[in-house]
Design a protein around this ligand. Structure first.
Ligand SMILES: [Zn+2]
Ligand SMILES: [Zn+2]
Length: 282
């Protein structure tokens, strides 16, 4: 059966899996995902020049770079957050504007702009000391800036180089859709008993291990979701970040890091709770 996928010359993260035969029992767990199309800029000045040339604002959605924040004395409630462990300003890792998401994608964090901040301090090494690899620690923060605050923050010039550590910026200029199926281990957990060569072949192709919005998480070894502090349910994948790809940060030995979210279950909805970590499934 290994030759069945080999004949199609498919590998993990191959965007075209349309010719692939997938058993009905697995198809039930199909999920779409969207991969970001990105564009890098050498400097914040180059970004501003590009904005001027295009005659419009650049996308707010990005890996790294400058966050949309209050600065100086303006909008202190939305200023760049500090690390709860070392007190230094944190770096923006991911910013997603709900208005720039693909139309068909679920709005798992509601309206506004999602921001993921992470402490990149090496002295002390907050990533290890404050356990930035598990959700809800002191050295990471995921927040959503609501639309009215986004509008206020967008008025007036943002400083070219805002204070704080800024990773190289890659703007998200578009999205490419793809499909995901859960890993073999995850399917077993979902109650699917089937364990044969077809499943092992599918396991070599799915889920995608790249940067993506939605879909199934790519786990290195076992399946492991954090629990929602609000309702104790297992949180779901909102966005997967591939280590050292669009984002210039290596998450230890982990291939991916994850923004998880939860809005509760049917009849038990709550406002979206978001968390971030990378020591899951390893
Ligand atoms: Zn820190
Ligand atoms: Zn919940």
């Amino acid at each position: 059966m290994a030759s069945w996928t080999q004949k199609l010359h498919l590998r993990r993260n191959d965007p075209d899996t349309s010719r692939l035969w997938v058993p009905k029992s697995v198809q039930l767990h199909r999920r779409p995902h969207w991969r970001p199309v990105t564009r890098g800029f050498e400097s914040a000045t180059a970004q501003l020049a590009a904005a001027g040339a295009s005659g419009g604002p650049l996308p707010l959605s990005r890996f790294g770079g400058r966050p949309l924040v209050g600065y100086g004395g303006l909008h202190p409630e939305w200023r760049r957050p500090s690390c709860g462990h070392c007190g230094q300003l944190m770096a923006l890792f991911l910013q997603l504007d709900e208005r720039e998401l693909p139309e068909a994608a679920p709005r798992s964090f509601g309206d506004g702009v999602l921001q993921l901040f992470y402490c990149v301090s090496e002295e002390p090494l907050c990533e290890a000391e404050a356990e930035a690899f598990v959700a809800f620690g002191d050295a990471t923060l995921v927040r959503v800036v609501p639309p009215d605050a986004v509008a206020r923050l967008q008025v007036g010039p943002q400083p070219v180089e805002s204070v704080g550590p800024n990773l190289p910026s890659r703007l998200i200029t578009g999205w490419v859709s793809g499909e995901d199926f859960p890993s073999h281990a995850e399917l077993k957990r979902l109650g699917l008993k089937r364990s044969d060569a077809v499943m092992r072949a599918l396991d070599r192709l799915f889920p995608a291990s790249v940067d993506k919005l939605g879909g199934w998480p790519y786990w290195k070894d076992h399946v492991c979701y954090p629990h929602c502090p609000e309702c104790d349910r297992e949180m779901d994948l909102v966005f997967q970040i591939e280590s050292a790809k669009n984002l210039a940060h290596t998450f230890g030995p982990a291939p991916c890091a994850y923004v998880f979210g939860c809005s509760g279950g049917e009849g038990h909805e709550h406002p979206p709770r978001l968390g971030f970590g990378w020591a899951y499934g390893a």
